[in-house]
Design a protein around this ligand. Structure first.
Ligand SMILES: [Zn+2]
Length: 271
């Protein structure tokens, strides 16, 4: 494993940088003809910092950006990367239209210094989209993008770096915290986790927090399944909501949001 001032080379030509803001991971895959960046950070300013940091790895400009999903901290830096091709799930545009105001507010809450940028922010949407899978050729190396099902949002995609044992999993998994369910589809999540586990990668890079091994992905998937079981028991009237929160494997606030969202999905509230 090579460390290049802030970057960790987790496989040959595959890099991760862990930014203190939101403990976010940014991925880079260097091919013979192209350089791919996984997620563009939270704003133009953050993205420009990332573009500067990329020079530690390669003198070449990035050619492709992948937005793992349409959350602000993963795609609001897109405009700084043009003329790169930007990839994302086809459902991301509608998701962003529904959630843009809330996402801008969350961005400012997370970092008040973003208020100025967010006041005039217009999303730069992916110009390349997929609904199931797509393959990106970087020259001597390919990256496969896959939609494995709804989970953290309705538009999560993973990036599988061919032959490296590395999967960039976006916020399907989260290090140091439970995954975030605020825009999630809890009832779908276990099946999506099963598909993620079936990729049998050596290392999974989450959107935030430490890199996961396969058993660590399985352990977090097990917790998600426990949350879904509890939501089902509440929905079916077997236990009270607060009892479910007490029985959950997570801190009450996180469990409350996840279980409530699960019950809401079972009631048909999420469409
Ligand atoms: Zn997210």
């Amino acid at each position: 494993m090579t460390v290049r001032i802030g970057w960790v080379e987790i496989a040959e030509g595959v890099f991760v940088r862990r930014y203190p803001f939101l403990d976010q991971n940014i991925g880079v895959v260097v091919g013979e003809s192209g350089v791919l960046v996984v997620d563009s950070r939270a704003s133009e300013r953050h993205a420009r910092e990332l573009l500067g940091d990329l020079r530690v790895i390669t003198p070449r400009a990035p050619t492709v950006v992948v937005n793992t999903h349409a959350h602000w901290d993963h795609g609001f830096g897109n405009q700084a990367f043009r003329p790169c091709a930007i990839w994302g799930h086809a459902a991301g545009a509608a998701f962003l239209a529904r959630t843009l105001d809330a996402q801008r507010a969350t961005a400012v809450e997370s970092d008040p210094a973003l208020a100025g940028e967010m006041a005039t922010f217009v999303p730069d949407l992916p110009d390349h989209t997929l609904t199931d899978r797509a393959t990106i050729d970087l020259g001597g190396r390919t990256v496969e993008l896959r939609f494995l099902g709804r989970a953290h949002t309705d538009n999560d995609i993973v990036a599988i770096v061919d032959g490296s044992g590395i999967v960039f999993a976006g916020d399907l998994i989260e290090g140091g915290n439970p995954p975030w369910f605020g825009d999630g589809y809890p009832i779908d999540w276990p099946a999506t986790d099963d598909a993620l586990i079936a990729l049998a990668a050596t290392s999974y890079v989450p959107g935030h927090g430490q890199v996961f091994s396969l058993p660590e992905v399985a352990a977090q998937a097990d917790e998600v399944r426990q949350i879904v079981d509890l939501a089902e028991r509440v929905f079916e009237g077997h236990i009270e909501f607060e009892q479910a929160v007490f029985l959950a494997p997570w801190q009450p606030d996180m469990a409350r949001e996840a279980i409530a969202r699960g019950v809401g999905q079972l009631r048909g509230d999420l469409g």
